[in-house]
Ligand binder design. Structure first.
Ligand SMILES: *Cc1c(COP(=O)(O)O)cnc(C)c1O
Length: 357
């Protein structure tokens, strides 16, 4: 039987995506060829790329609004530097909200390009909450934030209204909840958290914000080059893009983002209710900032660790261990994780309680 997979990333994808992508490796589109052995310029693959790019904009409600979707290489981490490269003016300034390890990684890269203002940080409290009282300098070239902090289990529930471009790292909650995505000028996400296998990064960018830095940008790092070349400047990561397309198709068929949001909220409500009810556990994130995607929690008494680990492993659960920098447990409940898997986890937590009383 398949495991209940709580891995934070790479992570669970819909079963039909695994099956269809396995089939495409053997025989893609009945071409009697594998998707791994055809040209990325072939009609069959160009169609995959076009469909994936269009479906992203459709699902996010951004069609016809001046946005372009790109599938790039290098992970979300490369966007940490592509964003300032493409958006920070020479001698310019950028504003960042520091809500966790990934946000601070983005800040570190931006500092190579110009003045980088951290408008607020929750680092002193080990990133257990999202700072809310902050002012963004109106002369910054852009504001950067991280919508969901995969490691610390916090999630931004609201975003500032600004007159400068807003850039958001949505790696771990893209396609999971309804937002007015047109409020963002650039969204990026590594595929491997809610969309596909590792190896491609989704970038959704409003074209009008590009081309204003006055600096020369090497082609591979230039969003405008990737747009002109329709996301095929060089050989794209064909397999991760194909599997991402399958996930996007599954998402659309399942009712799109609103349907995902509903089930994601039900899953999170079920788990957080047990974390709050069960006297053996405590959630580590501030309640109002709790992530619907990644729930972080600890055992109040570490002496139960061995017993609890035995119980959840025996229940067929995988990937529940917290990030190495935080410890404890982390339940990642991405779109493809069924509600039944959360029920199994809640049962395991209850079983621990009854086993020691
Ligand atoms: C995982 C993650 C990253 C890093 O992604 P890579 O594709 O491995 O570079 C960046 N930001 C967030 C929010 C993440 O969850």
């Amino acid at each position: 039987m398949k495991k209940h997979n709580y891995s934070a990333g790479p992570c669970i994808l819909p079963q039909e995506v695994f099956e269809k992508s396995a089939q495409a490796i053997l025989n893609f589109n009945n071409l009697d060829l594998s998707i791994l052995e055809i040209s990325h310029r072939s009609k069959d693959f160009v169609t995959v790329m076009e469909e994936a790019r269009a479906l992203v904009l459709e699902l996010l409600g951004l069609e016809g609004k001046g946005y372009q979707a790109l599938f790039l290489h290098g992970g979300a981490s490369l966007e940490f530097l592509m964003v300032p490269y493409n958006l920070m003016k020479d001698n310019g300034k950028a504003a960042y909200l520091d809500t966790g390890t990934w946000a601070s990684g983005a800040i570190k890269e931006a500092k190579y390009f110009g003045e980088t203002v951290t408008v607020a940080s929750s680092k002193a409290e080990n990133y257990t909450h999202i700072p809310k009282d902050f002012t963004v300098p109106s002369d910054a070239d852009y504001f950067h934030c991280t919508s969901n902090n995969t490691i610390f289990g916090t999630q931004m529930k609201s975003f500032p209204q600004l007159h400068i471009p807003i850039v958001c790292d949505m790696s771990s909650d893209i396609f999971s909840r309804s937002l007015d995505f047109s409020k963002f000028d650039l969204i990026y996400a590594g595929a491997q958290k809610n969309m596909g296998p590792a190896g491609t990064t989704l970038v959704v960018v409003k074209e009008e914000i590009l081309g204003k830095t006055g600096r020369h940008i090497p082609s591979m790092l230039d969003y405008q080059q990737h747009i002109i070349k329709e996301s095929m400047y060089n050989t794209p990561p064909v397999f991760p893009i194909y599997a991402s397309l399958l996930t996007l198709q599954w998402l659309k068929k399942s009712g799109g983002i609103p349907a995902m949001e509903k089930i994601n909220e039900a899953k999170a409500a079920l788990l957080y209710a047990e974390i709050d009810r069960n006297p053996l556990f405590t959630g580590t994130a501030a309640k109002e900032d709790r992530s619907v995607m990644n729930a972080t929690f600890v055992l109040n008494d570490e002496k139960h660790t061995e017993t609890f680990d035995k119980i959840w492993k025996a229940a067929g659960i995988s990937g529940l261990t917290g990030h190495r920098s935080v410890g404890g447990y982390r339940a990642s409940m991405y779109n493809a994780l069924p509600l039944e898997s959360v029920q199994v986890l809640v049962e395991a937590m209850k079983e621990l309680e009854s086993s020691i009383s």
